[in-house]
Write a protein that binds this ligand. Structure first.
Ligand SMILES: [Zn+2]
Length: 112
C-alpha cells in the first residue's frame, strides 16, 4: 500500500482521497463525516465512511486538503490530496470553524 509519508509520494490534485484507504471522497462527504476542529490550524477531524479511519482535513477559503499528522514535538500536516472549490468558505472563530459549501453551513466545535 502506498503511504503518504513516503518521500516520493506525490500529492493528488483536483480530487480528494481518504489518506488511510485512498478511497475517493468529496467535500460534501467530508463535511458530513467530520466532527471537531482545531480552529487555529484550520483542521477538522474526518472519519472515512469507507474504512472508518480517522484523518485530518485542512480547510481554507476555496481550498480543501486531506492528510495525516505526523512528527514531534509539534505535529506536521502531510497532504494526501487537495483541490480548489470556488463555493467553499471557512470562518475561523476561537471556539469553532464554520464551513459553508453550496449554501450549507457546517459547524465544527474546537477540540478541547
Ligand atoms: Zn478511508
Amino acid at each position: 500500500m502506498n503511504s503518504i509519508f513516503q518521500a516520493d509520494y506525490t500529492i493528488v490534485e483536483n480530487k480528494l482521497l481518504c489518506p488511510v484507504c485512498f478511497a475517493k471522497t468529496d467535500i460534501g462527504t467530508i463535511l458530513r463525516c467530520s466532527t471537531v476542529s482545531w480552529p487555529y490550524q484550520h483542521w477538522i477531524y474526518f472519519q472515512c465512511p469507507e474504512c472508518g479511519g480517522n484523518s485530518h482535513v485542512e480547510v481554507h477559503n476555496q481550498q480543501i486538503g486531506t492528510g495525516l499528522l505526523d512528527g514531534a514535538p509539534g505535529p506536521c500536516f502531510f497532504y494526501c490530496s487537495q483541490m480548489q472549490e470556488p463555493d467553499f468558505w471557512v470562518e475561523e472563530h476561537s471556539t469553532m470553524l464554520v464551513c459553508t459549501y453550496k449554501e450549507n453551513r457546517y459547524i465544527f466545535h474546537a477540540k478541547t
